[in-house]
Structures are given as structure tokens and as C-alpha cells.
Ligand binder design. Structure first.
Ligand SMILES: [Cu+2]
Length: 141
């Protein structure tokens, strides 16, 4: 299962970079960084990450709960215009007015978030679904 998922991420990276699907051509060379967060037992693991500033990076969040626990990923900073480049994956993306509200993840689902990392910027993401109080943070440095 783990190999299939990392294969999917690599395929996504390869397709995005080679086809230029997700990026304007001038930033293709910078899209080299990615990190994986898994959700287990009502936690984002890891819950603190550092991404290189000045890059378009990819964050993959996977729901890996053993039981039927749905989670959400919502983030003011990641989803705001000017930050978010592309979003995909098997989760359910909910759109608001001109922006993305959140992504719902059932066990086994994942979201792939491409975003522009600014220096010294903090990107929080959360799940408050069904009384959860889950939080993780990405630092741009
Ligand atoms: Cu949750």
C-alpha cells in the first residue's frame, strides 16, 4: 500500500514537471520539494514541517486511519489565491466563493497540494471535523 502511494506521488511529480501541467514554464525547475503527512489516531504526522522558501512544493496528506474516521484539511494560508498552485487527489474538494474551503478525506484517501512557499511564512492546516482539534504547521525557510 505504501509503495503504491509513493509511486503515485512520484508519477504526479513526473507528470507535472514533464508536461508543465501545473506550472508556468519559468518555474518548472523549482518544483523539486515534497513532503508527506499521514493522519493516524487523530493526529497529523508529522505536525511540523519545513519547506524551502521560493519554491513551488508539494504537500501530500493521507488519511491512514484504521477505522472509519473522516478528516478534513482546511487552511487559510495554503488555499488563498497567490499561494495555491494546484490541488488534486482522491479526497473531496469543497469550493467556496473564489477559493477552496476544505478537502474531505475518508480513510485511504489523500490530497496533493502544490503551493508557492514564501520565506518566513507560516502555513497552518487543520481538521476540526466532528470535534477533532488537529493542527499542523509548515514553515517556509
Ligand atoms: Cu479530523
Amino acid at each position: 500500500m505504501k509503495k503504491v502511494c509513493s509511486g503515485f506521488v512520484l508519477l504526479t511529480l513526473a507528470l507535472g514537471i514533464s508536461a508543465g501541467v501545473f506550472f508556468p514554464t519559468e518555474v518548472v525547475g523549482f518544483a523539486q520539494f515534497g513532503n508527506l503527512v499521514q493522519i493516524r489516531e487523530l493526529n497529523f504526522i508529522p505536525d511540523a514541517l519545513t519547506f524551502p522558501a521560493g519554491t513551488i512544493s508539494v504537500l501530500v496528506v493521507q488519511n491512514r486511519e484504521d477505522f472509519i474516521t473522516q478528516h478534513e484539511v482546511w487552511s487559510r494560508e495554503l488555499f488563498e489565491p497567490g499561494t495555491l498552485v494546484s490541488i488534486s487527489g482522491s479526497g473531496t474538494i469543497e469550493y467556496g466563493y473564489k477559493t477552496i474551503n476544505r478537502v474531505l478525506l475518508d480513510p485511504g484517501q489523500e490530497v496533493v497540494i502544490w503551493f508557492y512557499v514564501e520565506k518566513d511564512r507560516i502555513y497552518n492546516f487543520h481538521c476540526n471535523l466532528n470535534g477533532h482539534a488537529m493542527h499542523a504547521v509548515i514553515n517556509g525557510s
